[in-house]
Design a protein. Structure first.
Length: 202
């Protein structure tokens, strides 16, 4: 755990999705006006997560399906993906929800050294039309949780069993295939550092 200005950064390693979700909900429900914001940097064992807009798909590969309370559709999490959960009091910082989504996307674009792009109506970051980072948040009483998932160096095949983020045939990519040789831990930390500065400057 480190404290950067008024944001706590926790590097949690590999954590199952359900316990992470429960901890985010508990943290958000219990926090008050003085609670520091936190970024949780972690990876998940293989899991499909369903956003509030998602229908339950038929998958037969043994990977569990978990209902989430974030926005959006279905996505996949697995080893080699850097997940950053952003437990941020948007109201206290004066950040609007759409502005926060844009900030999260921009952090990945900055990490990609300008090669990433947004797609209208489809939150996340894309390179050549292939999705490299997914995002989904939930806001309760002005306080955000959930966050970003960046594909770094992972088995992408489980994405083929679903319509990623609700888009049939959506291509996915990862940092390794874009020429980035650093580990998931290193690129995750770099993304967290960019986010820290962006949130602090907002």
């Amino acid at each position: 755990m480190t404290l950067v200005e008024d944001i706590v950064v926790r590097r949690l390693g590999s954590v199952d999705y359900v316990s992470s979700l429960e901890k985010m909900r508990t943290f958000t429900a219990a926090r008050d006006a003085a609670t520091p914001d936190e970024l949780w940097l972690l990876e998940h064992p293989p899991v499909y997560t369903l956003g509030q807009a998602a229908s339950v798909p038929a998958v037969a590969n043994g990977i569990p399906l978990v209902q989430s309370d974030r926005g959006g559709e279905i996505t996949y999490h697995g080893p080699g993906q850097a997940v950053i959960y952003t437990l941020v009091d948007l109201a206290r910082r004066g950040i609007k929800v759409k502005e926060f989504v844009r900030l999260l996307e921009q952090s990945v674009i900055d990490l990609l050294e300008g090669r990433g792009a947004r797609k209208p109506g489809a939150p996340g970051v894309y390179v050549g039309g292939a999705k490299v980072a997914a995002l989904g948040i939930r806001v309760r009483r002005g306080r955000a949780y959930h966050g970003l998932a960046l594909n770094v160096d992972m088995d992408l095949s489980p994405f083929a069993a679903i319509d990623p983020c609700g888009y049939p045939g959506l291509a996915v990519t990862q940092m390794k295939d874009l020429g980035f040789t650093e580990s998931t831990a290193v690129l995750g930390k770099r993304l967290a550092d960019i986010l820290l500065k962006s949130i602090g400057d907002a």
